[in-house]
Design a protein around this ligand. Structure first.
Ligand SMILES: *Cc1c(COP(=O)(O)O)cnc(C)c1O
Length: 385
């Protein structure tokens, strides 16, 4: 007998996009609403609550509510990019506030925070990844308002303990925001470990097809800070186009299948090359040799993600040569798409990067793991046929 009150499993919510149906046509896929403005009633009221499309659009609601359900949050907001979602959180700070960031996190956002902090008037401290004592030390009681973290952190996949960071945040009266792009809502739900806000570059796994730029925030509670974030999006207009939001939802409906495949292939590749000739080290949280493995095993559920890095013996030149010989892996930035990508991160991040020069970052797609392994093998062997 089925229990009618039993909540549906995530796979079912994802596949059916929460089971929403358009009442006018009973269509299984939603329509696309390009309208930027809505008619008033003769008495001046707006019966649907919609006025104009800079604040929102009907195409945002289904992906926002699906993501909120997957993360276990109260509500979610879509943004025009992962960067604009992250920036909206930081811009909710006030002059004089203090925030703490890890040494290794998405470099574009880190760069923006450090170059923008001075002009906006908030202060920023940076702490080494995985160092809770340093985090404790960096907190300024009464002043620290926001802790930002990312786990696993690109490109060496350092793991930080979300529950430990949340404890520090709570004791300081600060909020914890977590960039959960790499783990996806399937493998980690930061809010369950005490985080306040989750951020995604939905450009990556949530969309999954390398054809939409998008970001999202999910909040545990709707408070003043969240209101400031809503105001930020409404006034800046950092919103998605309706067609892009539609594409995002269409991509999200296979999220679990894509993430499962990426996780199992990444694990197979990591294990295959762990002790291979020509490889200095494999960085993947699923390997017991990885520094953050124990925390990752506690914090990640159902897999260790689809991202790994290979450090190539012989340094930068050797790494570049291996990348140049790959045929199935596409040499491109980004991650989380159906196709596998390779990137020499140090040259992308530029001067001052903490990224090792011999590191190749791999985003594992949904191709055959055997083909991907064979491709890396031929590139390592240097066969150029
Ligand atoms: C890509 C990425 C971002 C930035 O997102 P965009 O959608 O490119 O603006 C932020 N964090 C992580 C971990 C990312 O991979």
């Amino acid at each position: 007998m089925t229990d009618k009150n039993k909540p549906l499993k995530r796979e079912t919510l994802i596949a059916q996009g929460l089971g929403w149906m358009e009442s006018a046509h009973k269509s299984l896929a939603p329509g696309i609403y390009p309208a930027t403005t809505y008619e008033r009633e003769p008495d001046g009221s707006y019966p649907t609550g919609r006025i104009y499309s800079r604040p929102d659009n009907p195409n945002y609601e289904q992906p926002e509510q699906l993501l909120a359900a997957l993360e276990g949050g109260s509500t979610a907001l879509l943004f025009s990019s992962g960067m604009s979602a992250g920036v909206a959180v930081v811009q909710a700070l006030r002059p004089g506030d203090h925030m703490i960031i890890p040494a290794v996190m998405y470099w574009g956002l880190r760069d923006w925070i450090l170059s923008f902090g001075n002009t906006w008037g908030f202060e920023v401290s940076s702490v080494p990844n995985g160092d809770i004592a340093a985090l404790d030390q960096a907190v300024r009681p009464g002043k620290t308002n926001l802790l930002w973290m990312e786990t696993p952190a690109t490109p060496a996949w350092e793991i930080d303990d979300i529950a430990a960071w949340a404890k520090v945040a709570k004791e300081a009266g600060a909020r914890l925001a977590v960039d959960n792009t790499v783990a996806t809502p399937l493998l980690t739900n930061p809010l369950k470990f005490g985080a306040d806000i989750v951020m995604h570059s939905a450009t990556k796994y949530l969309n999954g097809h390398s054809d939409v730029l998008s970001g999202a925030l999910v909040t545990a509670k709707m408070d003043d800070f969240w209101d400031r974030i809503i105001t930020n999006r409404r006034t800046n207009g950092t919103v998605m186009g309706p067609f892009e939001a539609w594409l995002l939802l269409r991509g999200m409906r296979t999220l679990h299948l894509r993430v499962e495949r990426a996780c199992s292939s990444a694990m197979a590749i990591a294990k295959h090359f762990e002790r291979a000739k020509g490889i200095r080290t494999v960085l993947y949280p699923g390997l017991e040799s990885h520094e953050g493995h124990d925390i990752a095993a506690r914090q990640m559920n159902g897999g260790f993600g689809g991202m790994l890095s290979l450090c190539i013996e012989g340094g930068e030149e050797a790494a570049m040569a291996v990348a140049s010989r790959l045929k199935i892996f596409k040499r491109a930035t980004s991650l989380g798409g159906v196709e596998s990508l390779v990137e020499h991160r140090a040259s992308i991040e530029g001067e001052g990067t903490p990224c090792p020069e011999d590191l190749l970052r791999l985003s594992i797609g949904i191709e055959s793991a055997d083909d991907l392994i064979a491709d890396i093998e031929q590139a390592l062997e240097g066969r150029n046929s």
